[in-house]
Design a protein around this ligand. Structure first.
Ligand code: SAH
Ligand code: F3S
Length: 516
């Protein structure tokens, strides 16, 4: 490898993966690596993978397939598969895909630089997995005892956004902060407890300090992350407990310069009135909850091992709305879970209509090896039925979106401007294809995209230097998925490095993945 070896880093999956990628990238750039968006010629390829559905794993195999030829031409290329699929598929992945040099699970990512060095010196595969789903008879190259789960987060490079700027993850105005890792819920369909291990919580002082440093570096919006984020609780050596509600108040009160605080993903059973009150009483905590129901049928919820009933879910959203009538809710639903009848499905549609989510992620059930549902419940809903239910549910949610969005017409909303819209990026690309070098960020006005406090997407026209700023926009039109706003006022402008970054120079994380 050269003095400044090039890395191609691709991120698939959830926000937790986006954060892991940012932390991994920081540790590699600090060691002298530099980013490239050329997969085939990169000296180091890192693919941060997702295992939640089969489709996500198929995408990884197709990316690895693309590397077969380049690796022959460039035998020093190192290919690392990190994240949930490395953990779930383990040695099987090494056997099926000989281009892979490194496997590193989500709880071992602080070891990645050492694994890269090992491969450079030995040219043999290097593996760091927690081993929960692995065949324990195979030897491990690195014994992953999780002696320092915090190493990756503690090693965060706060200057990263000065070096790399992509609209969503590495921009200097938004950041993710992990508060809880792993999950103990064992929903019967879900692979996460196996890939990310048991739940553990970070000390509150570390979290507050991380948020403070991000805010003092110009971050306006922090999203606290956990698989079941509202289950956060920490007991220190002196026996003092910090609940999720207390953590929210601490971050809000101790970092007054932070403009927006959010958290995802909440687990319905764990929501206390204290946490809802902390939200209602803290003006800079966004009134937004991502709180997946998964199904509107008690029978299905029971088979899913979700631990709550539909009535309990309904009462939670009623409690939230009673305290915060303007709260925006979003959800996840699974269609075609084993044994789901037409009546169960109709009950899920009813739940959607009652919840009136601002958006809902809808998934077709995908059996995951290692989960209880995989072993015990037959995947008996035919694919065409899953597809139809998926489409029907999307249509119901689209009607709800339109009704919600119409209710926002003429309203003045606060928008955090995140970057150029997809349309602006496409126009820039087609201008580049035609050989013209017009830089959209130098234009007087371009279509920009941002989000409200309730996480609604707003398109507005304005000068690119608004990126990274809070502005006010009057909503004048809508589609099921976006609001159109007219700029009314801006606060004092913070000049963002993003304005001067052309999309091609913005790193190599595909926008489609970041905006998913
Ligand atoms: N609490 C986690 C959930 C991770 S999985 C988080 O949001 O970070 C994200 C969503 O994927 C789940 O809420 C569920 O709706 C969906 N999902 C998980 N496993 C699935 C499976 N086997 N098939 C289909 N969808 C699944
Ligand atoms: Fe998965 Fe259920 Fe945990 S969906 S992440 S096992 S809360």
């Amino acid at each position: 490898m050269t003095a400044n070896p090039s890395i191609y880093l691709e991120t698939m999956g959830c926000q937790m993966n986006a954060l892991d990628s940012e932390l991994v990238m920081g540790s590699l750039l600090a060691q002298g690596f530099r980013l490239t968006d050329d997969l085939l010629s990169a000296q180091l390829v890192v693919i941060n993978t997702c295992s939640v559905r089969q489709h996500a794993e198929d995408k990884v195999y197709s990316r690895l397939g693309q590397l077969r030829g380049s690796k022959k031409k460039n035998p020093d290329q190192i290919v690392a598969v990190i994240g949930c699929m490395a953990e779930r598929d383990g040695d099987n992945l090494l056997a099926k895909s000989p281009v892979v040099d490194i496997l590193c699970g989500p709880t071992d990512l602080h070891r990645l630089p050492a694994l890269i060095n090992d491969v450079r010196t030995t040219r043999a595969p290097a593996v760091a997995l927690s081993g929960k789903l692995r065949d324990r008879s195979t030897p491990r190259h690195h014994d992953a005892e999780h002696e320092d789960l915090e190493a990756l987060d503690r090693g965060r490079w706060f200057g990263l956004s000065d070096h790399v700027a992509t609209p969503k993850v590495f921009g200097r105005h938004q950041a993710y902060v992990r508060i809880t890792r792993g999950c103990n819920k064992y929903c019967s369909f879900c692979v996460v407890p196996f890939t990310r291990g048991p739940e553990s919580h970070r000390p509150p002082d570390q979290i507050v300090e991380e948020v403070r440093r991000l805010a003092s570096g110009g971050v306006l919006e922090v999203t606290l992350l956990g698989q079941t984020v509202n289950h956060y609780h920490y007991i220190d050596d002196a026996g003092r407990e910090t609940t999720f509600a207390e953590l929210l108040r601490r971050v809000h009160d101790e970092v007054p310069e932070l403009q927006r605080l959010r958290f995802v993903t909440s687990f319905p059973r764990d929501f206390t009135d204290d946490a809802l009150k902390a939200m209602a009483e803290s003006p800079r905590i966004c009134r937004y909850l991502h709180i997946p129901a998964q199904s509107g049928s008690d029978d299905v919820l029971k088979r899913m091992n979700r631990g709550y009933t539909v009535a309990q879910y309904d009462s939670l959203i009623e409690r939230a709305r009673a305290l915060m009538p303007d709260i925006a809710l979003s959800g996840d639903m699974i269609v075609g879970f084993p044994g789901e009848t037409e009546d169960d499905f109709a009950a899920s549609l009813d739940l959607l209509r009652r919840a009136r989510y601002k958006n809902c992620f809808i998934f077709k059930y995908s059996p995951r090896p290692g989960t209880t549902a995989f072993g015990r419940l037959e995947d008996d809903v035919p694919d065409e039925v899953k597809r139809r239910r998926n489409n029907d549910m999307l249509a119901v949610q689209a009607e709800i979106n339109v009704a919600n969005h119409r209710g926002m017409l003429e309203q003045l909303v606060e928008v955090l401007v995140e970057g150029p819209s997809k349309r602006t990026l496409k126009m820039q690309e087609s201008e580049q294809d035609r050989g013209s070098e017009v830089d959209w960020s130098a234009k007087e006005s371009a279509q920009l995209v941002g989000r409200t406090r309730g996480d609604q997407i707003v398109l507005l026209d304005g000068p690119p230097e608004l990126i990274g700023n809070l502005v006010h926009a009057r909503i004048y039109a809508c589609t099921p998925y976006t609001l159109h706003g007219r700029l009314e006022s801006t606060g004092p402008l913070v000049t963002s490095s993003l304005c001067h970054t052309t999309p091609a120079a913005a790193g190599n994380i595909p926008l489609a993945v970041l905006q998913a």
